[in-house]
Write a protein that binds this ligand. Structure first.
Ligand SMILES: *[C@@H]1O[C@H](CO)[C@@H](O)[C@H](O)[C@H]1NC(C)=O
Ligand SMILES: *[C@@H]1O[C@H](CO)[C@@H](O)[C@H](O)[C@H]1NC(C)=O
Ligand SMILES: *[C@@H]1O[C@H](CO)[C@@H](O)[C@H](O)[C@H]1NC(C)=O
Length: 826
């Protein structure tokens, strides 16, 4: 393997120095020694022993170094994304974008120390001290709904934000030109919800639009009287630029600003808050009115790098921010006012046309309101794409302390803007099923960024927490990624289609990409196929389960993605995980295809794929006769419960103030057996279409799916059977059920894809598959739509009793797969 070669080369390189200073080379000494006296002989033996020992020690030391470094050494194979792939020269059209998904509205470029711009706002005269300021998406803000109503990932986006008393419409439009990614204009429109005449007092809102630098570049204000009318600036990738803040048309608007220097890019709001002052708005209004602190740039700071422009006015209020690149020479007109509205309308028309051509939702019988919902879902998947730069903290068993991964860029969608605004490995495979339908070039760019993150072992950290803004959102205990831990290789779902397309098109550039992609996928596949295996041939096991916990009812399997889905109660090396086996079947099939197209050794992949899809072998290893289901196998006790430990007090001892945490009590003895908890994990051979269409087991599975006492609900398939022992059970005293009943959209998408497949594949159960397919699809689509209309959000998962949205929201990662479900694209 290439990785080994690289590591070895480094060792040889380092080896040289100690060797060359060492004058006692055994080879040259050896012939001499025969002639020498025994005294010399003795000395020689001691000497050569010392030498051998020294070499061994150095070797051992270098070997240890190599083991330590493997975790944060890049795979020695050409990258797919070159250094300048994201630059304004190579992909100017994607240089600027809404790549700060954790903000309500923020833009940056795809470069490593990009200046950032963004919006904050507050409502004046509410009597609240300090005033709540919106900036980073936050569920505690209790906003009634927000998200992109249209976003094409390249040219523009329109977003609506639904506050209690008013609505914000934030949009941006880009225009290409010059050498640095062109111009853009952002517009914020704030409208009151209640007609003015009906309001006792009008609503006043402050909009704060800022630009901040990330360690490089220069900015300063352009002033007209006391008002910041614009920013002039320079940065490495943007060259010279100018931002204008035209006066707003609302009468009596007031302008304030902050011009300062900060190194805390992750604390822009706090830095701003510290400067806020109170002033009287006018004689009639005695309530405090909050304004920014003005100019305060420490003398030795090297000038301002954080500028905020504040406009305060009675609603309605409209503000434009115009960015113009200094390198655009032939600019006919400024992108503002009517020209802005016209350009935006054109983009909206093109967006609508492309969207209806691609997904044909109306032809599928959906009305306008439902099509708008689908547009919202897709726009938020696309509008949630971010660009991050930094390094993960990683650790292997050879590192005492976590070490930094190498610094790298990542262009990726995110599961949820307020809660998970960063890259997650297994989510991203699902995301790109949708993204590639919209724009395959974006999808390739995303997946290749990820695949370039492979280390010398063939591992990719599963959660990408890159840069200060991302790290600020993650509790420190979750930051470190362990290199023994996998995550489902879902990239193979979109890659299957992307690779097929590239093989078909067979252009030079595609062949070049395939050639760079293949050795990387190979390393990735072999990492799984060697580190995640079980104790028998063709058996796989997720790592990262804790065999020693006594707090968890069932030890978590975070690595599988299905965190608390019940597995064997007592993790051992002899476990078999059926979902991982099926993921490996998928992966080996795609590997065989790409290898074959490149005339590389494909036979072993095909053989592995045949072994893993062989129903006879699958049934032997994973079919539970007793449970009539595919199952994990392991050391397992069915009956466990959480109990308050009894405290025996010594005479005179006072009872503790806090009850100790509940601990797990095992009621029946564990033994090796199938783990019969019917749910998503049991469905995997079906979900990934491995079950033979003629297998009677397919019939059993579909009947269990359709059974309301098992997985069936009016809103989609629940994750765990209602009659499973751990259905809806807390995993510890404090951890509520997660994958123990709730309805998840990614798995329902796979179920529909499978049902669709079995309804078209010749076999005795085609009609059954078709009828379940129709019902499940209707249930899912109708419920997601209903909950969206009701709550303003798309959710992380849905309650199996009421259909209500649960968990994080907005969650427009894989829940947005509803767009493909409505379009029947699998
Ligand atoms: C938001 O504003 C733009 C004009 O700036 C307009 O084209 C668009 O229709 C508005 N969208 C909504 C949802 O109000
Ligand atoms: C569109 O269809 C949905 C689902 O059938 C329905 O609930 C909704 O009322 C319809 N909307 C309009 C505007 O007809
Ligand atoms: C994957 O690992 C199994 C052993 O568990 C082996 O039999 C198979 O050949 C491997 N597949 C490939 C493509 O290397």
């Amino acid at each position: 393997m290439t990785a080994d070669k690289f590591a070895r080369k480094r060792i040889i390189g380092k080896h040289k120095d100690p060797d060359s200073v060492d004058s006692h080379e055994p080879k040259r000494l050896l012939p001499k020694h025969k002639k020498d006296s025994s005294a010399y002989k003795g000395r020689f033996i001691t000497l050569s022993c010392v030498t051998v020992l020294a070499i061994l020690l150095v070797g051992y030391f270098l070997y240890q170094e190599r083991l330590k470094n493997a975790v944060n050494t890049p795979l020695n194979s050409p990258r797919i994304i070159e250094d300048d792939t994201s630059s304004s020269k190579v992909t100017p059209e994607r240089f600027w974008g809404s790549y700060r998904p954790h903000t309500y509205f923020g833009l940056k470029t795809r470069s490593k120390n990009s200046p950032v711009v963004g919006l904050m706002w507050l409502q004046q005269f509410t009597g609240r001290m300090p005033p709540p300021i919106r900036h980073w998406c936050n569920q505690d803000d209790k906003i009634q709904g927000y998200g992109w109503v249209a976003h094409d990932g390249v040219n523009f986006g329109v977003q609506e934000i639904n506050e209690d008393n008013f609505k914000l419409n934030t949009s941006f439009v880009k225009r290409m030109g010059g050498k640095h990614g062109g111009d853009w204009t952002a517009k914020v429109i704030v409208t009151p919800k209640v007609k003015l005449s009906k309001l006792a007092s009008p609503t006043y809102v402050s909009l704060m639009f800022y630009m901040a630098l990330d360690g490089q570049g220069k900015v300063d204000t352009e002033m007209v009287k006391n008002r910041v009318s614009g920013i002039n600036g320079y940065s490495e990738e943007l060259g010279n630029f100018k931002i204008s803040f035209p006066k707003v048309s609302t009468k009596g608007a007031k302008y304030n600003h902050l011009v300062t220097h900060t190194t805390k890019l992750d604390k822009l709001k706090d830095v701003m808050m510290e400067t806020i002052k109170i002033e009287a708005w006018d004689k009639a209004r005695t309530m405090p009115y909050f304004i920014l602190g003005g100019r305060s740039v420490p003398r030795d700071s090297g000038g301002p790098n954080y500028i905020v422009h504040q406009v305060t006015a009675q609603l309605p209020l409209e503000m434009e921010v115009i960015f113009e690149s200094g390198s655009v020479e032939d600019r006919k007109e400024t992108l503002s006012g009517e020209s802005y509205d016209e350009t935006l309308s054109q983009h909206l028309v093109e967006f609508d046309n492309k969207f209806s051509d691609l997904f044909q939702h109306r032809q599928n019988g959906y009305n306008n309101s439902m099509v708008d919902f689908a547009k919202f879902a897709m726009s938020n998947m696309i509008g949630g794409i971010g660009y991050f730069y930094g390094s993960s903290l990683v650790q292997s068993k050879y590192n005492k302390e976590p070490v930094e991964y190498w610094k790298a860029p990542l262009y990726t969608a995110v599961p949820s803007r307020p809660f998970f605004p960063r890259g997650f490995l297994w989510d991203e495979g699902f995301h790109n099923l949708l993204i590639r339908e919209w724009d395959e070039s974006i999808s390739k760019d995303i997946l290749f960024h990820w695949i370039d993150l492979l280390n010398s072992e063939g591992w990719i950290p599963r959660e990408q927490i890159l840069g200060v803004e991302a790290r600020a959102r993650v509790p420190s205990e979750f930051v470190v990624q362990q290199n023994v831990n996998a995550n489902p290789p879902t990239f193979f779902l979109p890659l299957q289609k992307i690779i097929t397309n590239m093989i078909k098109s067979n252009t030079d550039s595609d062949r070049k990409i395939l050639k760079a992609l293949y050795p990387r996928l190979k390393a990735w596949f072999h990492w799984y196929n060697s580190t995640q295996v079980g104790t028998q041939r063709s058996v796989y096991r997720w790592r990262g389960r804790d065999p020693n916990t006594n707090k968890q009812l069932n030890p978590l399997t975070l690595t599988s993605g299905l965190d608390d889905f019940p597995r064997s109660s007592h993790p051992t090396d002899d476990e078999r995980h059926v979902d991982l086996r099926c993921w490996m079947a998928l992966a080996s099939g795609v590997m065989a295809d790409i290898a074959r197209a490149l005339n590389a050794d494909w036979e072993e992949y095909r053989a592995t794929n045949q072994m893993l899809t062989d129903n006879k072998l699958l049934d032997e290893l994973h079919w539970s006769k007793e449970g009539q289901q595919y199952s994990d196998y392991g050391y397992h006790a069915d009956k466990v419960k959480l109990e308050q430990p009894k405290i025996t007090l010594q005479p005179g001892q006072r009872p503790p103030q806090q009850q100790p945490d509940k601990i797990r009590v095992v009621i029946t003895d564990p033994k090796y057996q199938f783990v019969n908890s019917f749910g998503y994990v049991s469905l995997f051979p079906f979900l990934l279409k491995i079950v033979n269409p003629t297998s009677p087991k397919l019939f059993t599975i579909m009947n269990n799916i359709k059974n309301p006492n098992m997985l069936w609900t009016d809103y989609g398939l629940r994750s765990l059977s209602r009659n499973a022992r751990l259905y809806k059970r807390f995993n510890t005293q404090h951890d509520p059920p997660y994958w123990r009943g709730a309805i998840w959209i990614n798995m329902n998408y796979l179920a529909l894809s499978a049902l669709n497949h079995y309804s078209y594949t010749t076999g005795p159960y085609q009609n059954l598959a078709k009828s379940i397919y129709i019902d499940l699809r209707n249930n899912l689509v109708n419920n997601l739509y209903r909950q969206y209309i009701k709550s303003g959000y798309i959710w992380e998962n849905y309650d199996d009793k009421t259909g209500e949205g649960r968990g994080t929201h907005p969650f427009t990662g894989w829940s947005s797969l509803v767009v493909l479900i409505m379009a029947e694209k699998y």
